[in-house]
Design a protein around this ligand. Structure first.
Ligand SMILES: [Zn+2]
Length: 423
């Protein structure tokens, strides 16, 4: 049994929790901080895909096990995208009669074979945006990506992946890419702050049935923290508003050919001041997909899924993620992580899973989303204590680079191999 609060938190993680739009707009239901989609922006995708390809992508990547069937009606020559509750007019997507008859797919990104090879510079002509997850710094405790053992160096995911991103930027630039860091510091890119989101947080709590929420909570172990306006407004800030602003920059000014999202994984660590270490240490990558029927009931999510599908992001994301996974597996020696909770679905690579995360859904170009290393495993904790360094150090009898350089080098190698191999 999953409690309603737990279900709410899970949906919050994907950014697909329901928010009621203001009554005056009387529009379709959309996710928190999402706008009602403009379906006319799918008009350029008329006759760009065959019925067979459309169904294949729905059934294998985006909404397997019939999850799409309440939202989309597939007919002989077209698909009808339902508008919930009878509002608006259903959007009708016409299929191409055959692959040869398909209209070219409009998109701002270039697939790997689009450029002639430059010797030694397989990434020349491509723009790659790096998205170090989370924030770190003064926000690390708030975003619950911080723990410390005694007086040891604190472990902060936002800092670890920012350092990795800086090394990766150097590697990719040397390979010819134009590299853009979506986040360059430990400060957010959104102008929203928890204080600006308290009204929305209060409304969300009311919708969840919490009528008299406490204003604040008493530390990370407070059992009632999730029912406080403070915790909800913080979550809206770092998990939703920040990612939506990153997406606005990706899809607007940056328009890259690829986004690489950098994360480190963790197992439950409990009290961040007295964290539990774990024997588990593993690696996986996530490709956008596996939308559930409840998520597709939200107009913005349905619209964003169709954008990912119609622009054929998975045609790059699946093989490129498998290549980067293989490179990371070789460099780190980590085994594949396996989901057993229904939150993700397996693909052809044991390291690559499909899952509907907010960032990988909103970025309208191919995304490689990396989750190597369990931060609260003993070996990773020990390597964080060693900090960043040049060359190698002996760790458990093996010569190892710093964790950040090992991570960056492996991702760069996987990306370079994929782009070079596609020539
Ligand atoms: Zn993360």
């Amino acid at each position: 049994m999953i409690s309603s609060k737990m279900r709410y938190l899970l949906s919050f993680f994907t950014g697909a929790a329901l928010a009621l739009t203001p009554a005056l707009r009387a529009a379709e239901p959309v996710s928190i901080l999402a706008e009602t989609p403009d379906w006319s922006d799918l008009a350029p995708y008329q006759k760009t895909i065959t019925r067979e390809d459309f169904l294949h992508l729905l059934d294998t990547v985006y909404a397997p096990y019939g999850a799409w069937k309440e939202a989309i009606e597939v007919n002989k020559d077209s698909a009808r995208i339902h508008q919930p509750g009878g509002w608006g007019t259903d959007f009708r997507l016409q299929f191409a009669a055959s692959p040869d008859a398909a209209v070219p797919t409009p998109r701002f990104w270039k697939a790997a074979p689009a450029r002639p090879a430059t010797p030694g510079k397989p990434l020349a002509g491509y723009t790659i945006a790096l998205d170090p997850g989370h924030l770190g710094g003064r926000w690390a405790r708030m975003e619950e990506r911080w723990f410390q053992i005694g007086n040891a160096r604190p472990v902060m995911e936002g800092e670890m992946v920012l350092l990795t991103a800086r090394h990766l930027a150097d590697r990719l630039t040397a390979l010819g890419a134009n590299v853009v860091l979506i986040r360059k510091t430990t400060e957010p890119v959104t102008s929203e702050r928890p204080a600006t989101l308290r009204g929305l947080a209060r409304a969300e709590l009311a919708r969840e049935g919490v009528s008299n929420p406490s204003e604040s909570y008493n530390g990370p172990s407070d059992p009632h923290k999730t029912e406080s306006v403070q915790w909800q407004s913080e979550l809206l800030f770092y998990r939703i508003a920040e990612i939506r602003e990153r997406a606005r920059r990706v899809n607007g000014p940056i328009r890259p050919d690829l986004v690489i999202c950098l994360h480190c994984n963790a197992e439950e660590w409990g009290d961040p001041a007295h964290p539990q270490l774990t024997d588990k240490n593993h690696l996986h990558l996530l490709v956008n997909g596996d939308y559930h029927a409840g998520e597709l009931a939200l107009a913005d999510v349905r619209h964003e899924m169709l954008f990912k599908l119609l622009t054929r992001c998975a045609s790059v994301e699946l093989p490129l993620s498998a290549q980067v996974a293989s490179s990371l597996a070789q460099a780190t020696g980590l085994p594949p992580y396996e989901y057993h909770n229904g939150k993700a679905l397996p693909t052809g690579s044991p390291y690559v899973w499909t899952r509907n995360l907010l960032a990988s859904r909103l970025y309208r170009c191919p995304v490689v989303y990396c989750e190597p290393y369990v931060m609260n495993s003993q070996p990773v904790f020990d390597r964080v204590q060693l900090g960043d360094y040049e060359g190698v150090k002996q760790i458990d009898g093996a010569a190892r680079k710093s964790l950040y350089r090992e991570y960056a080098d492996a991702v760069a190698q996987g990306v370079a191999t994929y782009f070079a191999g596609k020539k």
